[in-house]
Write a protein that binds this ligand. Structure first.
Ligand SMILES: Nc1ncnc2c1ncn2[C@@H]1O[C@H](COP(=O)(O)OP(=O)(O)OP(=O)(O)O)[C@@H](O)[C@H]1O
Ligand SMILES: [Mg+2]
Length: 208
């Protein structure tokens, strides 16, 4: 049975598609069957997938929308090891369907208070559906006041945060433009190490 991971965040541009694509690639690197589902009408992941060259790690990709989403998740649940769902911003209905089907909701969050406030709607959706969720801090500065303020605010709220974070790195945009994950395009980069660390933590969740 697959672990269903929904990457959701109603705030636009938070890093959902970047996180979903990179995680899907990294989770599949050891031969695991990974299905990536793009439910965003913008279809950024469909375009990313279209750029993938032969010889890259096998990845099943579909872009089901609306009522087709539940069927697609059910179909892949039995055969795959991981199903990673990329959600559009501002879509309550699709987000709710995906979150309901998910074993884990990952909420990418850029470290700013307005972004944190904007994430509240997604956190509430996950809580309403009684689904475990984790915030993934994205474009995180290595040090500084902003990092401290956002970390403190998340701690005050007792929000569950993955200890692995992603920095603000051009490798993510470069890999995306090539239809790759950073672990494929620049495996020795800091970005790749960050994605590997996140994927390792998520594998442990599956093993539990
Ligand atoms: N860690 C990062 N470092 C550098 N650039 C990043 C990082 N994460 C995301 N980006 C860039 O930020 C932009 C938005 O990222 P992405 O498309 O993944 O967000 P999204 O949440 O899927 O957006 P939307 O809500 O429009 O679907 C992209 O140009 C992407 O390359
Ligand atoms: Mg997106």
């Amino acid at each position: 049975m697959a672990v269903i991971i929904a990457v959701a965040q109603q705030k636009g541009g938070a890093g959902k598609s970047t996180l979903a694509a990179n995680l899907a690639v990294a989770l599949g690197a050891d031969g695991k069957k990974v299905v990536l589902l793009d439910t965003d009408p913008q279809q950024s992941l469909a375009r990313w997938y279209g750029l993938r060259a032969e010889g890259t790690a096998p990845l099943t990709f579909e872009s089901p929308s609306g009522w087709r989403l539940t069927g697609a998740i059910d179909r892949h649940r039995r055969a795959a090891d991981y199903v990673v769902l990329d959600m559009p911003p501002h879509s309550d209905t699709d987000a709710r369907i995906a979150i309901r089907a998910a074993d884990l909701v990952l909420i990418p969050l850029q470290p700013s208070l307005p972004d944190l406030w904007a994430a509240e709607a997604t956190i509430k959706l996950a809580e309403d559906e009684k689904k475990p969720y984790r915030i993934v801090l994205n474009r995180m500065p290595p040090t500084g006041r902003l990092r401290d303020v956002v970390t403190a605010e998340l701690a005050r709220r007792k929000a569950p945060v993955m200890k692995e974070t992603l920095g603000n790195r051009s490798a993510f945009a470069t890999a995306f433009a090539l239809g790759l994950g950073v672990t494929e395009s620049s495996p020795r980069s800091t970005a790749a190490a960050e994605v590997q660390a996140l994927a390792s933590s998520l594998r442990k969740l599956k093993a539990q």
